[in-house]
Design a protein around this ligand. Sequence first.
Ligand SMILES: *[C@@H]1O[C@H](CO)[C@@H](O)[C@H](O)[C@H]1NC(C)=O
Ligand SMILES: *[C@@H]1O[C@H](CO)[C@@H](O)[C@H](O)[C@H]1NC(C)=O
Length: 421
Amino acid sequence: MEWQSQLIIVLKFLVVCLFVRHVGAKGFKNPETGTVWKIVKSTPEPNFEPYLLSTSQLIREEGFFVEEHAAQTEDGYILGLHRIVNPAAKNSSSPPVLIMHGFLIASDNWLIQGRDHDLPYLMADADFDVWLGDFRGNCYSRRHETLSPNDDLFWDFGPHEWGYYDLPAMIEYIRHETKKQQITYVGYSIGGGAFYLMCSTRPYYNNYITSAIMLAPFVYGPREKKIRNNLLNFAKHAIRGHKQHERFEVFKRTPIHLKAVQRLTRIDAPSFKIMFLLFMDFFGDDIDQLDMLKFKQIASAFGAGTSLKAMEHMVQLYESREFRKFDFGRTRNKKYYGTIEPPQYNLTKVTVPSCIYYGANDYFVDFESIERLSKILPNVVKKKMVPHKKFNHLDFLVATDAKALLYDDVISDAFRIINSE
Ligand SMILES: *[C@@H]1O[C@H](CO)[C@@H](O)[C@H](O)[C@H]1NC(C)=O
Ligand SMILES: *[C@@H]1O[C@H](CO)[C@@H](O)[C@H](O)[C@H]1NC(C)=O
């Protein structure tokens, strides 16, 4: 018996060694929480040429270097992360900042106007270590450890999973790569809402963020519904149609779709004006701030793919004006949540200091949404209306004067809070 028990000890030792090597090679452990995070290789980016350039292509065109990374979530999704490397950076220990996009779009929507206009480039030029994330489901984050985008189950997610799983995975990854304790967060629209969702459901992550700079954070829908009913009904109609046909991916970015949009939005096409006005109708009129020459690209980059469930949840948030979990309907809510109404996210748990910007002509996030949000959040250090009367939801991304009206402020906020530490 003696040799057998010794053999077992030796075998156990070997297994432990193998396991440790495995973890060492393909993951990292957060010593504070004990969670092990897997590391996976990034995959080549999707190619949308000749219609659009990818995030990496755009970054390189502007004279920066780019690193492509991937962060794996605890539930197996593999998310694209782009790091902008500024070859002229004066400081090698720049503070990391994670910038997150809004609904139906992707990291490339931040990069449409070029080096002297777009927030990520401006931050990189100000010596920040800039990371652009992509939520599960869009064209840069369509990968999973075991599921394929052809599986219906792959598409069973929405804003809840963006906040609960995706943001922690990206934040852990960036902390690990940069060896920095804390990072700065910039979120636009639901990229802001998902951040607050994370801090309320997993308050531990408050510790890892210096400040959250929010551009029109979508948490509470607007009081006054300015989007025309026919546009909203169109969305609901699309949701019903997709459900009937059991198609769980919506607005997928494909060459066919891109080609069609680009034909319709070519500046010399007869349909240009109609498309332009439709956009203005949807987002709120601000013709001064929308560059007609860039419109084709703006319209094409819109629609980077997401799930039907995400779209349904967004409509629910917009209409109910409550920041709460997905509404399955009374009976199924009772089954999943134990209550007839879906549970609310508890925003009093968000302790990160927030700087919040909003637009006077925003159809999705209005003054009332922001007032209500900032009364509940315990640590709002700044709340500011962008000083342009017609500033709409889209302008936060692509306004021709966004630098002077907004981004310069964002950068000085980020500096101020980091330096006051
Ligand atoms: C570089 O960054 C570090 C830490 O953020 C700071 O202490 C230092 O003063 C910076 N150096 C320059 C030259 O900006
Ligand atoms: C929300 O969180 C706060 C702070 O942790 C707690 O005191 C409060 O009871 C929570 N509210 C609800 C409704 O769970």
